[in-house]
Design a binder for this molecule. Structure first.
Ligand SMILES: NC(=O)c1ccc[n+]([C@@H]2O[C@H](COP(=O)([O-])OP(=O)(O)OC[C@H]3O[C@@H](n4cnc5c(N)ncnc54)[C@H](O)[C@@H]3O)[C@@H](O)[C@H]2O)c1
Ligand SMILES: [Zn+2]
Ligand SMILES: [Zn+2]
Length: 341
């Protein structure tokens, strides 16, 4: 089969590799769509902890079951599925205490040491396969993996009805967090991004207050402020805007060596809660259900699709910050613009 292989840091090739066959507890999936995100650029650049090259990238994927292992009895050939890329050891302190997203041997398909979905087919453990309804749009459903991360983000927030939310970054993650906020009880949602098209995307998915600067908002403080940029300047601008008693969430991934300034006095005096959120924890199945219930406007979020041949162009476009969610469709023969922006 054809696959994109990250041969080593900063080097990729479109290569003919053996088509995987199913181990007893595995499932072979013909890949329909796989989203590109910042994690792929970090893996390509050698910045992701623990990546083992050569590696087929791609962790936000959907497809159709073509083969099941001898011990898999509850899936059928032809089922449409979404793939949870996280695998964990099941044995460490965190796995054994219900926090497997913190597993010290955490392995993401297409991210660390197991091949991902930027290929015609991918092999996935049965436990990581979630069946979709036959009428679910299999391409749009590649947003289920990032949605599962967003739901984990909400699981961590101490939510109350009627709160005001401020979100930095209107990329895929900011848009997902913003669309979930009303379902978590938000009275209002404000989103800040420097990129005008991303603000248009926010309008398109129904966010009330898209702004280039939080200073232009009608409010001066918010109950919940979420950084979905990972950019230190955004974090430092965002944290002081949390209302007394409110919560700041680090959703964005800042560079490992970066530090941000904040006022410890203010955190003490106003009982500011600062929380992180990491990947997916028992939230993948709920993401499938919320996606199928129409919780997000996925069609407004995916702007371009690329063939395997155009993978490098997709990565460049992602880095340029142009377009919205970009997808690879490994079994397509042409790259397409879905939204005229
Ligand atoms: N916690 C998790 O589990 C998890 C999961 C997925 C992604 N992430 C992280 O979430 C972040 C967002 O992911 P994404 O896919 O939406 O990325 P993205 O690059 O598509 O979006 C980031 C947005 O932030 C905007 N931005 C940059 N600097 C800004 C600033 N100073 N002020 C306001 N906006 C600014 C950009 O214009 C862009 O639209 C990334 O850091 C990613 O690594 C975290
Ligand atoms: Zn991702
Ligand atoms: Zn573990």
């Amino acid at each position: 089969m054809r696959a994109i292989v990250f041969d080593r840091e900063h080097e990729l090739s479109l290569t003919e590799v053996p088509t995987p066959t199913a181990g007893p507890k595995d499932v072979i999936i013909k890949v329909a769509a796989v989203g590109i995100c910042g994690t792929d650029t970090h893996v390509f650049d050698g910045e992701f902890e623990g990546t083992v090259y050569p590696l087929i990238p791609g962790h936000e994927a959907t497809g159709v079951v073509t083969e099941v292992g001898s011990d898999v009895h509850d899936l059928n050939i032809g089922d449409q599925v979404a793939i949870n890329p996280s695998t964990t050891c099941g044995e460490c302190e965190y796995c054994l205490t219900g926090r497997s997203n913190l597993c010290r041997a955490w392995n993401g398909l297409g991210v660390v040491a197991s091949d991902g979905a930027s290929a015609e087919f991918v092999s996935v453990p049965r436990a990581n396969v979630f069946v979709l309804r036959p009428d679910t749009d299999i391409h749009l459903a590649a947003l289920i993996e990032p949605l599962a991360c967003a739901i984990r983000g909400y699981d961590i927030l101490p939510r109350k009805m009627g709160e005001h939310y401020l979100i930095y970054g209107a990329g895929t993650m900011g848009l997902l967090m913003a669309q979930l906020a009303p379902r978590a009880g938000a009275a209002s949602v404000t989103i800040v991004d420097l990129n005008k098209d991303r603000l248009q995307a926010a309008r398109d998915v129904g966010v009330q207050h898209p702004l280039t600067r939080a200073d232009d908002a009608e409010r001066t403080n918010w109950d919940v402020v979420i950084d979905c940029t990972g950019v230190i300047a955004a974090i430092e601008d965002a944290l002081p805007r949390v209302k007394a008693g409110g919560t700041f969430q680090h959703f964005g991934v800042a560079p490992a060596e970066a530090h941000a300034k904040y006022s410890p006095f203010r955190v003490y005096r106003d009982e500011i809660n600062i929380v992180g959120t990491m990947a997916v924890l028992n939230s993948f199945g709920r993401a499938v259900e919320m996606f199928e219930a129409g919780a997000i406007n996925a069609a407004a979020m995916i702007s371009h699709t690329f063939t395997l041949e155009d993978y490098a162009a997709a990565l460049d476009k992602f880095r340029a910050g142009t377009g919205r969610k970009l997808q690879i469709r490994p079994n397509d023969t042409e790259s397409r613009e879905l939204l005229a922006l």
